[in-house]
Each structure stands twice: as C-alpha cells, then as structure tokens.
Design a protein around this ligand. Structure first.
Ligand SMILES: Nc1ncnc2c1ncn2[C@@H]1O[C@H](COP(=O)(O)OP(=O)(O)OP(=O)(O)O)[C@@H](O)[C@H]1O
Ligand SMILES: [Mg+2]
Length: 433
C-alpha cells in the first residue's frame, strides 16, 4: 500500500489505487473438477483463508487511514473557524470610545464622545445596564453611537509601572543608625494598618503621610526600600519627577490614577521620592510649565484630603529640600509627620561601616570605630559606602584577597580629600569673581 502524505500545510492522507483490493485468481492449474475434489476443496479453503487474512489486513489499514483523515478534518475545521474569526475582526469597524454622563429613565444614555460633542444614545440589549454608571468608559457603534460594551477604567501605564511587584532585598538590618526615626516611621505606617482599633479607642487619627527629609545620601530611599521589604501591603513607588508631564492636566490625572490604584490595592503604601520636583512652593509660578506642576501638586493635596486617615493607604515622601516645599503640603492632615534623617553620628557611622563591610573580606587590623572617627562628622551613609567600595578597589588593584586598614585610610583621604578639594576650588572661584 502507498499512503502518500500530500505536500503543503494540510498534510492530508490520500488513498492510492493500490489500496483497492483485487483478489488474485484461484490457482486451479492441474486440478480437474470432479476428480480431485478433495484437493480442490483443500486448495480453495487455503486460498479463501489467505484472502480472508488479506482482507482483514486491508480493513485495518483503511481504518487507520480513516482515523487520520478524521483528525485532519477536525484540524481543518478548527483552522477555518480561526480564520473566519480573524476575518471577522478585520472586517468589523472600529468602535468609538465615549464616557457616560447620565443614564436616562427610559434606558437611554447621555454620553460624551471622545471627539467632544454630547449625544443621547441607546444601549444594546446585550450590555449589562446594571453595571453601567456615570463616568464609565464605553465603546460605541460607529453609525448609531449606541453603546455596545462597557470598557474597564483606564490607568496610565506609568501608574501600573509604579507598583513594586518584587520586594527589594533591603531589610531594616541594612539601615545603620537612625533607629529612632525608623521606629517612628514604623509606628506611623504599620501600627494604623495592623491595629487600627488602638487609634479608634483613643479617638485620634493616625498620620496620613510622613515626609522624610535630610541631606543627600543619608538613607531616605533606603528606608523606603526596607519598609517595602517588610510590609505586606502593596508598595507603590515613583519619583516626583515622573509626575511632571508635558501636557496640561496630565500630571493631575496621573496623581488621581495613582491614588485610585492605591485605594483599589489597599492596604498600600505610596512612596513619592524627590517630592520637591512637584512640591515646590506655589505662587511663584511664572511659566506655563510651572503652573502645570502646581496643578499636579494641588491634585496631590486634594487627594490627600480625600482619603480617610484610618484607611489602608499611607503616603511616604522623601526630599532633601524641605525648605522649598509648599507649606500646604506640610500642614497637619497631610504630611503631618516630618521626620528628619540627619547625617549619622559617630556610633551610626560605625554601624554603617559594619553593614557595608559585612560582605567584604577585611583584614584583622581593620578598626571600624577608628574609621568612623576618621571619616568625620560630615560623612553620610552614601559616603561611607563609597569609602568601602574604594578601599576594595585598592585591594583589587594590588591583587590582594582582603582589604586592609591602610586601604580604608587611603580611600578616606582620597574621597574626603576630593570633597575638601572641591570646596577649596569653589572658594578659589568665588575669590576670582
Ligand atoms: N543609614 C545608612 N545605613 C546604611 N547604608 C546607608 C545609610 N545611608 C545611606 N546608605 C547608603 O547610601 C546609599 C544612598 O542612600 P539613599 O539613596 O537612601 O540616600 P537618600 O537619602 O535617598 O539621598 P537623596 O536625598 O540624594 O535621594 C544607600 O544605597 C546605602 O548604600
Ligand atoms: Mg533618595
């Protein structure tokens, strides 16, 4: 038998001519009927048995072929259905997006189309009217503008992107010093979320938001990361500068959607880093860009007023220019907890050294307390981290396996020397001027 798989994507099974059974002639040569009856019958039975076997074989083959053909048929039917659906998609006209303004008593709907004008239209029967309410986004038929579907509320991709899905690896143990501040942050954020009844019993509202402020590199962003790591709440993080948008009203919309998401995913913590990007004092705006930033700030203020302090949404913001912030932001009821993150004191500096040398291989002579003293009052956490990295670089350059005290000292001289040198240069420039 030849079963030919035809070429091409269909892969159909074809039955060839050979598959039609033709019996071979009975071998009667040399047999005389009547005389050799017995031999004749034996031959005939043998022949019939052979033929029977052949037929059975053929039946089996045809059954296989039938099954293959049936599979092919089903596959093609599916393909046709898929192609028809695709064709349908290509042929169907685009739908217009509109926003429901009002639902009339007779079941019709007043809506605003995305192009501007308002219309009164019918609603298709298959749309669930109970689900539809004013403000919803709906899709409209092009000709009659009747409502054919309710669309999900839209959120800006930037807002989706702000949610921290994978929690950062920074823990509270990675934060050196600033223990009192950390405690206060945890109280203001975690306590109202975990034990709201405490506040209810005493009858006070927990703070809605906290503002971390302090010099650059003191660990404000680090703390927020640690809070995100330890909380079970949704953590939403974005930089203030991301809220500054090009078009009028865009920034305000982003703030609105951000709070919308925070509420929908409550309990949640909203962290706005570098708040000064939008929080700078109002009333001095001169350009339209400044005014747009102000609108964004006002939306933020009104959103903060809008949600209940006992709710499950908390805001943390960070800035290193608290003096620049609009006083409306820092008044009670908004960011009413101002937490200063100062430069680390001697003890904290030693702790931060310990944290950053934890994973380094350091020589026995390294004395962290002395290093903490040597870096000086002015060093921040970020400086200390840089000192450790630089010391490691010195060791690598000399192909040593561990970092010695001398490396650290050299590194401090280099980095702090740069700092002092920079200041001196500034001085020189001003002297010239
Ligand atoms: N208290 C600290 N303990 C441990 N590491 C710290 C500490 N403070 C700062 N660092 C180190 O310095 C780095 C920078 O700190 P961070 O980004 O938190 O500064 P920041 O306060 O947010 O600064 P900016 O105001 O410029 O945004 C951190 O990644 C961390 O490695
Ligand atoms: Mg920061």
């Amino acid at each position: 038998m030849r079963v030919s798989r035809s070429s091409g994507r269909t892969g159909l099974v074809r039955v060839s001519e050979d598959d039609i059974f033709t019996p071979s002639p009975l071998p009667l040569d040399g047999i005389v009927p009547g005389e050799d009856d017995e031999r004749y019958l034996v031959e005939r039975v043998k022949h019939l048995e052979e033929r029977n076997a052949q037929l059975r074989d053929q039946k089996r083959r045809l059954e296989t072929q039938y099954r293959n053909a049936e599979n092919d048929r089903q596959r093609l039917a599916r393909e046709i259905k898929h192609i028809k659906a695709e064709m349908e998609k290509l042929k169907s006209p685009p739908l217009i997006v509109g926003y429901v303004k009002d639902i009339l008593e007779d079941g019709r709907v007043v809506l605003k189309s995305s192009t501007g004008p308002h219309f009164v239209v019918h609603v298709a029967d298959f749309v669930d009217r109970a689900q539809m309410k004013a403000g919803d986004r709906v899709s409209l038929n092009q000709q009659s503008l009747s409502v054919v579907g309710v669309l999900p509320a839209s959120l800006d991709p930037a807002v989706y992107g702000a949610e921290v899905v994978e929690h950062p690896t920074v823990t509270y143990e990675d934060v050196g010093g600033i223990k009192a501040q950390l405690q206060e942050i945890r109280e203001a954020i975690e306590l109202p979320m975990n034990r709201p009844e405490l506040f209810e019993r005493v009858g006070i509202d927990p703070p809605k938001g906290i503002l971390l402020h302090g010099p650059p590199g003191t660990g404000k962003t680090l703390i927020a990361k640690a809070v995100a790591h330890h909380t079970n709440a949704t953590f939403i993080k974005l930089a203030g500068s991301e809220l500054v948008q090009k078009y009028i009203g865009e920034g305000a919309r982003l703030v609105r959607e951000l709070f919308q998401m925070a509420r929908a995913k409550a309990p949640s913590i909203l962290f706005i880093d570098e708040l000064d990007a939008i929080g700078a004092s109002r009333y001095e705006a001169s350009t339209s860009g400044d005014r747009e930033v102000q609108r964004t700030l006002m939306q933020l203020l009104s959103e903060m007023d809008g949600f209940s302090p006992r709710g499950d949404v908390k805001i943390i913001a960070a800035t290193n220019r608290p003096d620049m912030l609009d006083s409306a932001l820092t008044r009670p009821g908004r960011f009413d907890r101002l937490i200063e993150i100062p430069k680390p004191d001697l003890d904290s500096r030693r702790e931060i050294f310990a944290i950053h040398t934890r994973r380094m291989s350091v020589a026995l002579d390294v004395d962290l307390a002395r290093l903490a003293l040597q870096v000086g009052e002015d060093a921040t956490g970020a400086d200390i981290k840089a000192v450790c990295t630089e010391a490691g670089m010195f060791a690598i350059r000399e192909e040593r396996d561990s970092v010695a005290m001398a490396d650290f000292e050299k590194s401090i001289r280099k980095l702090l020397g740069q700092k002092i040198g920079g200041a001196q240069n500034l001085h020189k420039d001003s002297a010239f001027a």
